[in-house]
Design a protein around this ligand. Sequence first.
Ligand code: ATR
Length: 264
Amino acid sequence: MKKFLVIGNPIEHSLSPKLHNFWMKKNNINAFYEKKKILDGDLKDLIKKVQMGEISGINVTVPFKKKVIDYLDKLSPGSEVTQSVNTICLNGKNLVGYNTDIDGFELAIKDVNYDVSNKKILILGAGGVVPSIIFALNKLKSRQIIVSNRTKEKAENLKNLFKDIEITNWGDVPEFDMIINATSVGLKNNDKIDLDLSKINKGKFFYDVIYNPKETNYLKEAKKLGNEIENGRKMFIYQAAAAFELWHKIRPEIDENVNALLDD
Ligand code: ATR
């Protein structure tokens, strides 16, 4: 029976096994998918198991998306630019790293019919997922991307990957059409982003990468003020679907059952 893994630390809360096992069963694929908490020192041996065929594919999450690159033979163009890998496949003899977070964000935005082209986007945060979001926004031809992060240096570092982005101080809220929360603030129910967003005119698009809780205080507030909102659930589902397709060459169906599965 084929084996797939998602590796990270922490990993307890990952919903990837639920989703992949559901789709594999539905498509009569004789395989199972597990989560595994690892340490830096475990990476090398684990990746070797993919090379040996003992593991058929790996999803990678925080904090290994960059670290894993050292052990791979090739990178997809998206993972090369973002220096971020969330899916590993063995193609012939080559261990290849892909970044399906890019597809996840792009497809989620298309799914809600928001036209990013020519829009001014403000990103809050500069952590692991932000390069993938910027790559997707560039692909979708956004007009301007501004990044604001509590630790400014981390935002400045993103300029090494994407020279056209602008950086603004944490606490300053410039004009925008779409704002993306890519910080971890909101994961806990009473978390509140330390920014005054009340002066923003209504009719903007507020996106949150967080999908659990479904509505962070940031999204609740934005909705109250008359803005469009969207959480990160679709991004999560689409990144998983893209990984599934890379491994099994089948595009899994995204229907009500998938949503119900994640609501459990
Ligand atoms: P990593 O930085 O390891 O990739 P992450 O969860 O992807 O981890 O990123 C966390 C993001 O949330 C960072 O941008 C972090 O800001 P710092 O770079 O200043 O740490 C941001 N973040 C976390 N707690 C925050 C808070 N209380 N206020 C504002 N930003 C916060």
